[in-house]
Design a protein around this ligand. Structure first.
Ligand code: FES
Length: 363
C-alpha cells in the first residue's frame, strides 16, 4: 500500500515537473518569438567618434544578460522614433564578433541626409536606450568557404570584415586571410592600427591598405586597387568578400571577374543610400492611399523612405525579403532578388518604376 502511494506521489511530482518544464519552455519560445518580431531594448554602453563622421557604439543588455548570437558579417537593425517624425529603421553591420556576445559593436557613418545617423549623432550618450531587432543577414562567413579568404573593404564597409577577422582569429580552420582596405589615407581607415598589429602577430593574415592620397604611406600601400594588386593576392581557391560603396564595389567586381573568379566565390554587400546609383524617370507612386512620386531615386525603397514611408528594410540588397510589397504597374529590376517571389510582389529595394505604380504591404 505504502509502495503504491509513494509511486503515485512520485509520478505526480514528475508530472508536475514536466508540466512546469513545458510551460517554461513555451514562455521562453513565446518571449524569443516576440523578441525576434518586435525587437528588444539595448543600452549604449560606450560611444566614441573615430573620425568626423564615424561613430563607434557599444550596446549591451540593460539587464546584463547575454545577447543573441550571430554570424560574423551579419547586421543589426536599429529602430528609433524621433519626436514628431515617423519611425526610423536602419541596418548596420556588426563591427565585432564574439562567440557568446555580451555586447554588440557598431560603426555608423554619419551621412549628410541620413535621418537615423543624424538622429543618433545628436542623441547618443552612454545609457541611451535603443530598440533593435535580432542580428540577421546572409553576408557572413561559413565553414564551407575555401582555404583562402580575400576581404575587400572600402570606408565603413570595414565593419563586417572586422567581425569576420575576429571570428577567423578565434577559429582559423587553417585558412589564410588577406584584407584589402581602400581609403583616401591612413586617417580614413577605421581600426587601421588593429589590422597592422594583427598582421604583425599572424603569418596567416596579410593586411594591404590601398590608399589613393597618402604620399607618406609605405610604397606598397599607395595607389588604388587595380589588377596588378589583385593578382598579387589572389589564389585559385579563394572566396572573396566585398563590402564597399557602389563605385569601389563595381570596380572590384569587374577586376575579380576579369581575373576569372567564379561567381559562386564572390560574396558582396553594398552600403549607402546611393549603392545602386541614381534611377531615372518621374512617375506617380501610390502607397496605399497616399499619393507620392518617384523622381529618379536608386530604388522604390529609397523613394518611399524619402517621403516618410518607413517600409521595413533589413539589407537593401535583395536578400532579406523585408521590403517585399504588392505591386501593380511596370517596374524594372535593378538587382535580382535572392529568391522566387509570389506573382504580383516585388522587393522595393531592387526595383524602380517604368510607369505609375501602386504599392501596398503584403498581407
Ligand atoms: S531590404 Fe532586404 S530584400 Fe529589400
Amino acid at each position: 500500500m505504502l509502495l503504491i502511494a509513494a509511486t503515485l506521489i512520485a509520478l505526480s511530482l514528475l508530472g508536475a515537473i514536466l508540466l512546469l518544464g513545458f510551460s517554461l519552455h513555451g514562455v521562453w519560445l513565446a518571449w524569443q518569438g516576440k523578441r525576434r518580431r518586435q525587437g528588444f531594448a539595448l543600452r549604449v554602453r560606450a560611444c566614441q567618434w573615430l573620425s568626423d563622421d564615424l561613430l563607434h557604439l557599444e550596446l549591451a543588455s540593460p539587464w546584463r544578460l547575454p545577447l543573441p548570437r550571430f554570424a560574423a558579417g551579419q547586421f543589426l537593425t536599429l529602430l528609433a522614433q524621433p519626436e514628431g517624425e515617423r519611425p526610423l529603421r536602419r541596418c548596420y553591420s556588426l563591427a565585432a564578433w564574439q562567440a557568446r556576445p555580451w555586447h554588440y559593436q557598431l560603426c555608423i557613418k554619419r551621412e549628410p541626409d541620413g535621418r537615423m545617423s543624424n538622429w543618433l549623432a545628436e542623441q547618443v550618450r552612454p545609457g541611451l536606450r535603443l530598440q533593435v531587432l535580432a542580428p540577421a543577414g546572409h553576408f557572413h562567413l561559413q565553414d564551407g568557404h575555401g582555404p583562402e579568404l580575400l576581404l575587400i573593404a572600402g570606408g565603413v564597409g570595414i565593419t563586417p570584415m572586422r567581425a569576420m577577422l575576429q571570428a577567423w582569429a578565434e577559429r582559423p580552420l587553417g585558412r589564410h586571410v588577406t584584407l584589402i582596405y581602400a581609403g583616401r589615407d591612413r586617417a580614413a581607415l577605421a581600426y587601421h592600427q588593429e589590422f597592422v598589429e594583427l598582421a604583425a602577430q599572424r603569418a596567416d593574415f596579410r593586411y594591404c591598405p590601398a590608399l589613393s592620397r597618402d604620399p607618406h604611406a609605405p610604397p606598397d600601400w599607395q595607389g588604388r586597387l587595380d589588377a596588378a594588386r589583385l593578382a598579387a593576392v589572389l589564389t585559385g581557391d579563394c572566396d572573396v568578400f566585398l563590402c564597399a560603396g557602389q563605385a569601389l564595389l563595381e570596380h572590384s567586381l569587374a577586376l575579380l571577374r576579369d581575373a576569372g573568379v567564379a561567381e559562386s566565390r564572390l560574396h558582396w554587400e553594398a552600403f549607402g543610400a546611393q549603392a545602386l546609383g541614381a534611377g531615372s524617370g518621374t512617375f506617380a507612386l501610390h502607397w496605399q492611399d497616399e499619393a507620392l512620386q518617384y523622381t529618379g531615386q536608386p530604388s522604390l525603397l529609397h523613394a518611399l523612405h524619402e517621403q516618410g514611408v518607413e517600409l521595413p528594410a533589413d539589407c537593401w540588397g535583395g536578400h532579406c525579403g523585408s521590403c517585399r510589397v504588392r505591386c501593380s504597374g511596370e517596374v524594372e529590376w535593378r538587382q535580382p532578388p535572392a529568391g522566387v517571389l509570389p506573382a504580383g510582389q516585388i522587393l522595393a529595394c531592387c526595383c524602380i518604376p517604368r510607369a505609375a505604380v501602386q504599392l501596398a504591404p503584403v498581407d
